[in-house]
Design a protein around this ligand. Structure first.
Ligand code: FMN
Length: 235
């Protein structure tokens, strides 16, 4: 039991570069896919396909896709940032501003930020493998408004794969940018993904070249998020 909790606590976002020369071993990939396969999904819909991309040329092509940040992201991101470790420790939610380029963390610089053209390479950074999770938005869990249950199921797939990767010593990071409209269309074109399919998220994975960079990871306390019998009744 303790081992499961330890694995859950040690799972983290591996944002540092991976060893581009070290492909993900076939048996490790198999385990990650097996973990995805056994994910719980609403109505057991198994509403996902996983596209494994490890072809160097394709990875290069994906890396060249242009990306830029939206004003919406800058504004909403700003509201959730902390600007010192002390602030983050106190808030216990959100992330630290230093994770982003300086123009992304200052609403006064929003015009500058939205003009900056970057590429997916900024995020992919030499990863030997990507997993792209795709779903069919027309297939929803019965009577699930907005297919909330179907989308939650894709999150279960994410967590299963992430925990398995962590247990194998494989670095893993989610890249939501793949589901942004303009990028999604271009990724779909490059990878022959059917037009009616949606990209939920992509994961970059690989073997870390060094020990994970230390960064402050915070969570709310159990007592803060748990209510007993009636909402608001905390321990
Ligand atoms: C649905 C979802 C989308 C995420 N998208 C991104 C992303 O686009 N880029 C990124 O660096 N991390 C992304 N993350 C990782 C979260 O930022 C991260 O899990 C959170 O800050 C906690 O840090 P930890 O994973 O190291 O515990 C995403 C996580 C989830 C669950």
């Amino acid at each position: 039991m303790q081992d499961v909790l330890k694995l859950i606590q040690e799972r983290h976002s591996a944002r540092a570069p991976f060893d581009p020369q070290r492909p993900v071993e076939e048996q490790d990939l198999r385990q990650i896919l097996e973990a995805a396969r056994w994910s719980p999904t609403a109505h057991n819909m198994q509403n996902f396909e996983i596209l494994v991309v490890d072809d160097t040329k394709l990875l290069e092509t994906l890396g060249k896709i242009e990306s830029h940040i939206s004003e919406e992201f800058i504004q909403e991101n700003y509201q959730q940032l902390s600007f010192s470790e002390e602030e983050l420790r106190q808030k216990k939610v959100g992330i630290i501003g230093t994770m982003f380029p300086p123009t992304w963390t200052d609403p006064a610089k929003v015009d500058e930020a939205v003009r900056e053209i970057s590429s997916l390479n900024r995020t992919i950074r030499g990863s030997p493998m990507l997993l792209i999770v795709i779903y069919d938005p027309k297939k929803r869990a019965p009577a699930s408004e907005g297919d909330v249950l179907g989308i939650m199921s894709l999150g279960c797939v994410m967590e299963n794969m992430w925990l398995m990767a962590q247990s194998l010593g494989i670095g893993f990071m989610i890249m939501s940018v793949f589901s942004a409209d303009s990028i999604e269309n271009e990724v779909k074109r490059v990878l022959n993904i059917p037009k009616n399919a949606k990209i939920a998220y992509a994961c970059r994975l690989g073997y870390p070249v060094s020990a994970p960079a230390k960064y402050l990871r915070v969570r709310r306390d159990v007592e803060d998020l748990t209510h007993y019998n009636r909402f608001g009744n905390k321990a």
